[in-house]
Design a protein around this ligand. Structure first.
Ligand SMILES: C[S@@+](CC[C@H](N)C(=O)[O-])C[C@H]1O[C@@H](n2cnc3c(N)ncnc32)[C@H](O)[C@@H]1O
Length: 356
């Protein structure tokens, strides 16, 4: 994570190692400062605020505020103007109000934190051993609709934060071919289906997903009044005997294939290929690890891979664009066009066809 190019001295390396050793505690210090309103109050007072004033306004002990502030200074979130006055650093402002930082902090705290301890077991068993902190499901996807409310909220906010932004541009890419019937594989809460129906008044969409998520998407589609244009298909794509139906003009898979191992991806894409004709367009929307504009994006995606290991399913990750193309080819498909980093997002669309 260090950006330093020259080799570190032993002293510097020892400091870097301590950042990792105490990292989880500093993370919790920042979460506590957010929860108690300390960070927000400091950020509101751009020229600085007295420590006793923080204690008074938030009804907190001086001891409690001071230990957190000392931790926040080490973490680079605040600066001391003098012994009794602090102000937020740029990092502090990000931790307080940057939307991407907000969804990531909540996702790590609520979804990942407890389960992360089970990372060694998860790697040894190729199973998401950390998931047991929430329930006994083989993967997180069977349990999504039953997760505790706060965990569910943070999971969906994380998922939607990234896909929502990409959907606007992706709609233009998909509708260039004027599809009449789109199959949304892993349609989740129905967001893409609803976005399609809003975008085009004639299009029909089939959502394919596990039963728990289909229930959720059905409710949302009903509320939006799109039941006449959206239908639902229950399927477990890990069971290769369950076949994707035929009849799609376009097959859409958004932030979906990263939920599977390489061999599972090939099997799913073979299932897709079998259901498609030579005229069907197949779209894969993913955040690829190796074509990001910002170092922060690569860091987040690498961290997300570990979430897949200990919470989601124990065998998937965020892939490189080259790896995904290789799997697409292995399944008898080909990438016809690539739309890298669409909109202002982190996503790439691979537009594919089956080989005939
Ligand atoms: C990370 S979410 C992506 C949701 C949505 N497409 C988006 O872009 O926000 C993955 C979706 O795949 C579904 N899924 C996971 N495993 C599945 C399986 N074995 N069969 C069918 N759907 C599955 C999940 O229920 C979930 O809705």
């Amino acid at each position: 994570m260090s950006e330093t190019k020259r080799p570190l001295s032993a002293l510097e390396a020892k400091y870097e190692a301590q950042k990792i050793a105490f990292g989880p505690i500093f993370f919790q210090a920042i979460m506590a400062m957010r929860k108690l309103g300390i960070l927000e109050l400091i950020c509101k007072n751009r020229r600085g605020i007295g420590i006793l004033s923080i204690c008074d306004q938030l009804n907190l002990s001086e001891y409690g505020v001071r230990v957190l502030l000392e931790a926040a200074e080490c973490a680079g979130a605040i600066e001391y103007i003098d012994e009794n006055t602090v102000s937020a650093s740029m990092t502090g402002f990000m931790l307080n109000s940057d939307p991407m930082t907000n969804v990531n902090l909540n996702f790590v705290n609520d979804v990942c934190y407890q389960g992360a301890k089970y990372l060694p077991d998860s790697i040894l068993k190729s199973k998401p051993e950390g998931l047991k902190v929430f329930g006994n499901w083989p993967t997180v996807y069977e349990g999504l609709s039953q997760l505790p409310d706060l965990v569910k909220k943070s999971w969906f906010e994380f998922d939607h934060y990234y896909s929502d932004e990409a959907f606007k541009e992706a709609l233009k890419i998909v509708f260039k071919e004027n599809p009449g019937y789109i199959f949304d594989i892993g349609g989740n809460t129905g967001k893409w289906a609803m976005a399609c129906c809003d975008h085009n008044e004639k299009v029909k969409v089939k959502i394919l997903d596990l039963p728990g998520q289909l229930e959720v998407s059905k409710k949302n589609i009903e509320q939006k009044g799109f039941m006449d244009r959206v239908d639902f298909f229950e399927i477990d794509l890990l069971d290769t005997t369950q076949l994707i139906p035929e009849g799609a003009d376009a097959v859409w898979m958004s932030q979906f294939l990263d939920c599977f191992s390489e061999s599972e991806i090939v099997a799913i894409l073979e299932n897709v290929r079998r259901a498609c004709s030579k005229d069907t367009w197949i779209y894969i929307l993913e955040t690829f690890i190796d074509n990001q504009k910002f170092p922060a994006a690569k860091l987040c995606l690498t961290g997300t891979s570990l979430y897949f290991t200990f919470i989601a399913n124990g065998n998937s990750k965020m892939y490189s664009i080259g790896a995904m193309e290789r799997l697409v080819n292995q399944a008898g498909l080909r990438v016809v066009e690539t739309f890298p980093l669409i909109g202002d997002s982190y996503h790439t669309v691979l537009k594919c066809k089956i080989n005939v």
